[in-house]
Design a protein around this ligand. Structure first.
Ligand SMILES: [Zn+2]
Length: 505
């Protein structure tokens, strides 16, 4: 009846008449509307969209932790679409403190802006949290995306968000993620500086103001000098940028953990890949399939990074061997390099003096041949925390050179646990179960995370086993005996797991 144009309310009335009364018909008007709506969804007019949804449905049935959501517009066409897999959700539980919305691929074959939500993993590399194709760049579309994303991630909000500064996106973030710090991407700002003022020298000065200012006064001085030098007092873009300075100037983010992220464009290989596929006229389903391959490839690379970090110990080369050795053992390879740089810098520092308090001692640290430089480091006797004024620990999550001078003076034998950020350690994905106050959420999420983590761990295995026939045989033998052992433990899922999401079972 609906197919020939009869409205749900009329269908219901007709059925009531045929069956002899409202109580006889066996369902409500609302039920008819629901059936009609679900049929509408099935009858997407666009065959490509339809097969794309079917493809994602297929993925969902083979991977219970796969998540996707879409909208249908009034003309039965596919609207906005968001998807991510169990690996993304597991990674977000651990590395979701800072996220970036990469919307570089605005114009593409589908006429839908592609949004890639990314973060940084323990190897300091880009990790993907989800993809979305939106119908339009409106506040409404971005709000839908953010709400859907949070739903997929069990409501966990990021501490900081990086975007390219799109107005609609900014509004959506301020209402949906009101607690998250928002920073604009420095790569986009630099590009905008060039296109709005059009002088390379100005762009360089602007970059200097944006990234290399110590504090608010330093920023103000540099900004004033730059505006005078280039005579851009009346430039609208420059004026607007000054008003919005709390969204992009370094001194405003001194205390904020951003995991070293300043730009939404972190991974060049990744961008090149997307550029290639976004602009070829692939059908939507082919595109989604290609993105799937990209994800597998990225995970395989992570497996290789895990392997590289786990084997072989670095040659110790700093004067603080004890800390360096410990750092080599606990940090991933790329983070260890950053820790080592700080250890090396310590060689030029010295203690100028200190002041005692009840539970703390505040050191003044100087640097060789830099008479005007001084840092204050507060050492807490009980926790062994050395908190430095330079805030590197807060911003990047690794101890700074100044704090090593203090740890050394206090005869602290190893980098204190309170100064190690879990997300940078080799064990980030092993010893880092997500913390959530809600018990039911915890049980459900930890199951998803376990599935995702086992998946990630297997990538490392795949990488190694693929190397030779011998490795392959050894791996298969191991998998077989491990599977038997797990089966004999006859592990069962808890009731809470079942209640929360029967699909997982
Ligand atoms: Zn410091």
């Amino acid at each position: 009846m609906h197919r020939v144009g009869i409205r749900p309310s009329q269908i219901h009335e007709y059925m009531v008449q045929c069956s002899g009364g409202y109580s006889e018909v066996g369902y409500m008007r609302r039920d008819v509307e629901n059936v009609v709506a679900s049929q509408k969804r099935k009858q997407l007019q666009d065959f490509d969209s339809e097969s794309c949804i079917a493809y994602l449905n297929g993925k969902k049935s083979s991977d219970p932790s796969f998540y996707f959501e879409y909208t249908i517009d009034d003309e039965h066409r596919l609207g906005d679409i968001f998807w991510c897999d169990g690996g993304c959700r597991a990674d977000y539980a651990i590395f979701g403190d800072v996220i970036a919305f990469d919307t570089t691929y605005r114009t593409n074959a589908y006429l839908k802006p592609l949004v890639v939500i990314v973060g940084i993993n323990h190897h300091y590399k880009t990790t993907i949290f989800g993809f979305a194709l939106l119908t339009a760049e409106t506040e409404q579309a971005y709000t839908w995306l953010l709400v859907t994303f949070l739903h997929a991630m069990e409501g966990k909000h990021p501490k900081a968000v990086l975007t390219d500064g799109d107005k609609a996106m900014r509004k959506a973030i301020s209402t949906t993620l009101p607690q998250s710090i928002h920073r604009l991407c420095c790569w986009h700002l630099e590009r905008n500086a060039q296109s709005n003022v059009g002088r390379t020298e100005f762009t360089a000065d602007f970059k200097d103001c944006m990234l290399y200012t110590k504090d608010h006064q330093d920023f103000q001085d540099k900004w004033d000098a730059m505006v005078r030098k280039h005579q851009v007092e009346s430039n609208e873009w420059v004026k607007k940028m000054y008003v919005d300075r709390n969204l992009w100037a370094e001194p405003y983010f001194k205390w904020q953990f951003l995991g070293g992220m300043r730009s939404t464009q972190r991974c060049e290989g990744f961008n090149a890949f997307l550029n290639y596929y976004v602009n070829r006229k692939l059908r939507l389903i082919e595109f989604v399939d290609q993105i799937d391959r990209l994800m597998s490839k990225q995970r395989e690379m992570e497996g290789k990074d895990d392997f590289d970090s786990s084997y072989g110990s670095p040659v110790l080369c700093t004067h603080l061997r004890q800390y360096e050795q410990q750092a080599g053992e606990i940090y991933t390879k790329s983070m260890f390099e950053k820790v080592r740089t700080e250890l090396n810098k310590e060689g030029l520092l010295f203690i100028k003096g200190y002041v005692d308090d009840i539970s703390t001692r505040t050191y003044s640290i100087g640097e060789f041949r830099k008479a005007n430089k001084e840092w204050k480091v507060v050492f807490h006797h009980q926790t062994k925390l050395a908190a430095c004024q330079c805030q590197l620990l807060e911003r990047l999550g690794i101890p700074c050179s100044h704090s090593y001078t203090v740890l050394k003076a206090e005869d602290v034998q190893s980098i204190p646990e309170c100064m190690q950020l879990m997300r940078w350690l080799k064990t980030a994905k092993i010893n880092n179960p997500p913390q959530n106050d809600d018990q039911a959420e915890k049980v459900y999420m930890s199951k998803l995370v376990r599935i995702g983590l086992v998946n990630a761990a297997c990538k490392s295995l795949q990488y190694l086993a693929g190397n030779s026939l011998k490795a392959y045989k050894e791996a298969m033998k191991g998998i077989h005996s491990l599977t038997l052992r797990l089966q004999s433990m006859s592990l069962t899922t808890t009731e809470q797991d079942f209640e929360r999401n029967p699909d997982v079972i």
